[in-house]
Design a protein around this ligand. Structure first.
Ligand code: TYM
Length: 321
């Protein structure tokens, strides 16, 4: 069984990415053949600075390695090192209706927030379909916001298979963990780099404190009892605490004299404790960038072999002789 997923290097990885997808992906190395890549081409839809793209790409690679990506067991690369994906993107474009792309939530959401649309943003799902189909992926672990893109991939693959009357592509299935399908940000909306409401996985203590302390709550006073049910601090704490710790926290909500500031500090401690074991490995890779480059190149060479093979078959099927 082949499992594939990618992440855009469009900023530091936040805990929404981590619980929504990265954690599941790293764990899936024990369940099947994992293909994981840094979606550098996709990031071009939002990152327009050379320095930022390079920095974010290293950052993403280093974070994955620190969190347990095993480059021997899995195939781990950066998207632009396997250029076959761009060829497939064009071939698939000719089997993708305008209507399908016009219905994409992510595109509609971005344009409705005033991001001016270009063709890259519009055709983003076709490139994502190429990523998935090029490697005959069966399972795609993602957060909720990407489910529709995987469904579109199935539509595109079906249309292609139908046109050539052959099972050229495997139909992939999105794998979503319902408990963390959408991790909320500090303001209660979906955690997202573009909403500026993230809590980052690896960042300075000062910055992390600033992010946690900015979690929005109601304005109940210290001596009032509080409700945990709809509280953003509680929602995020659920990711980091076990049932006993949560029961204790719920009790504190009911205790006058305990305030949101206290709950935030408890959460902050839990977050630091959670990511601490990975810091040392992260530090190592930060100081060995050449090794990171070599690991990605090794992954790309494995991915390229599969991609080249697949593209030869596809070209033959469609008559590109
Ligand atoms: P990206 O980089 O936006 O996000 C990476 C993963 O994190 C998940 N995610 C979340 N999950 C839960 N709660 C949140 N608040 C949250 N925010 C982000 C996303 O659902 C995603 O799984 N298009 C993809 C990258 C990509 C890809 C692919 C993925 C390119 N090609 C092929 C799978 C297969 C993206 O933008 O992810």
């Amino acid at each position: 069984m082949r499992i594939l997923s990618g992440i855009q290097p469009s900023g530091t990885i936040h805990i929404g990415n981590y619980f929504g997808m990265v954690k599941k992906m790293i764990e899936s190395q024990n369940d099947g053949e994992l293909f994981a890549f840094i979606a550098s081409y996709h990031a071009l839809t939002s990152v327009k600075s050379k320095e930022d793209l390079e920095k974010n790409s290293y950052e993403a690679a280093i974070n994955f390695l620190a969190l347990g990506m095993d480059p021997e067991k899995s195939t781990f690369w950066i998207q632009h090192d396997v250029k076959e994906v761009l060829e497939l993107y064009w071939l698939l474009s000719n089997h993708t209706s305008m209507g399908l792309l016009e219905r994409a939530h992510s595109y509609k959401d971005k344009t409705s927030r005033g991001i001016s649309a270009n063709h890259g943003l519009f055709s983003y799902p076709v490139l994502m379909a190429a990523d998935i189909l090029l490697f005959d992926s069966n399972i795609v672990p993602v957060g909720k916001d990407q489910i529709q893109h995987v469904e579109m991939t199935r539509d595109i693959a079906t249309s292609f298979n139908h046109a050539y009357n052959e099972e050229v592509f495997v139909l992939p299935v999105a794998k979503v963990d319902e408990n963390v399908a959408t991790v909320s940000g500090t303001d209660g909306a979906k955690m997202s780099k573009s909403y500026n409401n993230t809590i980052d996985m690896f960042t300075s203590s000062k910055q992390r404190k600033k992010q946690v302390m900015s979690i929005v709550t109601d304005s109940k006073e210290l001596n009032e009892s509080k409700e945990w049910e709809n509280c953003n601090i509680y929602a995020i704490s659920k990711l980091f605490m076990n049932e006993d710790e949560l029961a204790n926290l719920r009790q504190r909500y009911a205790t006058p004299g305990e305030g949101y500031g206290h709950f935030k500090l408890t959460l902050l401690e839990k977050i630091e404790e959670y990511f601490k074991p990975y810091e040392e490995k992260r530090e190592y890779y930060l100081n060995h960038k050449q090794e990171v480059r070599e690991i990605l190149e090794f992954g790309a060479s494995k991915a390229r072999k599969i991609a080249q093979n697949k593209m030869e078959k596809i070209r033959d099927i469609i008559g590109l002789i």
